[in-house]
Design a protein around this ligand. Structure first.
Ligand SMILES: *Cc1c(COP(=O)(O)O)cnc(C)c1O
Length: 322
């Protein structure tokens, strides 16, 4: 077995330089009402206000910025129906390289249109009959494209870590920090920034209750695979962590906790009503966990990463009306 060379905080710092002038330095918002509900001082890092609506732009732009001239010419390929696709498509357009996104044939029309709108070439596949990774690899081999995965890549996770870097730079050390967890790109990048900038801060990953593979992996000390979980948190419907992301998470994270779909809907409602923000279900994981753990957080300074705000508005209303 070869041992992986895990990225370090220096890679997050280098990513921050590449992102300067391209990514938004997103706001840190607070709510007195929420602070009173929890009995703590809570800082929300609002990646729902990032370009294309989620932190994924950070990792995608960082990875594509590092392409050689030959790689730029061949372009990038990614498979995703969600925020990674849009992050890659927008970054490729900004950097002037072709992008091909492999999406299921039944992906929501709005998502396909948004990805095409960023200038990407969309290739569809039958999710019941074909294997998307194989299609991606084949396209890469035949057309000289470079495949960029959604989370298990050193440049992707280093880019994601720049959100936490900005948060600590703005508000100083924290007692605890909560971040959503899918495949672990955001959490592992956040861990690199946290251990460098606030070594004593407790760091928690938050998964949907229905898909706690990360929690199982963390407890067991090895990567656990699960079936695609049924949850409204579509950004965290991953089946397993990655080699890089798990390597960092097991070393640097304090614990992994979960939130139910009902808790996510309550959080969405609070963000909309009290903070005037549209947050997608996956983006609510951190705040839902803070409410669930409030007895342990009394009097503390707590950070929460809101990871994204991309939710179809009809779907948003439907979830809040239920
Ligand atoms: C991708 C995504 C996540 C999960 O990120 P990972 O790096 O896969 O852990 C969380 N929230 C949103 C909005 C996302 O798009």
């Amino acid at each position: 077995m070869t041992t992986l060379q895990l990225p370090t905080y220096a890679d997050v710092q280098a990513a921050a330089l590449r992102l300067e002038g391209h990514a938004n330095r997103t706001p840190v918002n607070t709510s007195r009402t929420f602070n009173e509900m929890v009995g703590a001082e809570v800082f929300f890092k609002c990646e729902n206000f990032q370009r294309m609506g989620a932190f994924k732009f950070r990792g995608a732009f960082n990875a594509l910025s590092k392409f050689s001239p030959a790689q730029r010419k061949g372009g990038v390929v990614a498979f995703s129906s969600g925020n990674h696709a849009q992050g890659i498509a927008l970054s490729a357009r900004l950097l002037g390289m072709p992008a091909t996104i492999v999406m299921p044939h039944d992906a929501p029309a709005a998502k396909v249109a948004a990805t095409r709108g960023y200038g990407a070439n969309v290739v569809t596949y039958d999710r019941y009959k074909e294997d998307r990774e194989e299609i991606g690899r084949k396209l890469a081999a035949e057309h000289g494209m470079t495949l960029i995965p959604p989370y298990d890549h050193p440049d992707v996770l280093a880019g994601q870590g720049t959100a936490a870097k900005e948060l600590f730079e703005e508000v100083g050390p924290l007692d605890a920090l909560f971040t959503p967890l899918g495949g672990g790109g955001l959490l592992s990048g956040t861990a690199l920034a946290t251990r460098a900038l606030a070594p004593d801060c407790k760091l928690y990953g938050v998964e949907p209750e229905a898909g706690n593979d990360g929690q199982q992996s963390f407890r067991k000390g090895e990567i656990v695979n699960i079936d695609t979980p049924k949850t409204i948190a579509d950004g965290a419907q991953t089946q397993h962590l990655g080699q890089y992301t798990f390597g960092i998470i097991r070393r640097d994270v304090n614990d992994i906790v979960t939130a139910s779909d009902a808790q996510l809907v309550d959080a969405m409602r609070f963000f909309a009503e009290r903070m005037k923000m549209v947050v997608e279900p996956t983006g609510c994981l951190g705040m839902a966990a803070v409410l669930g753990m409030k007895d342990q957080l009394k009097g503390q300074r707590v950070g929460v990463i809101i990871s994204g705000g991309n939710v179809d508005i009809a779907r948003f209303c439907e979830l809040l009306a239920a």
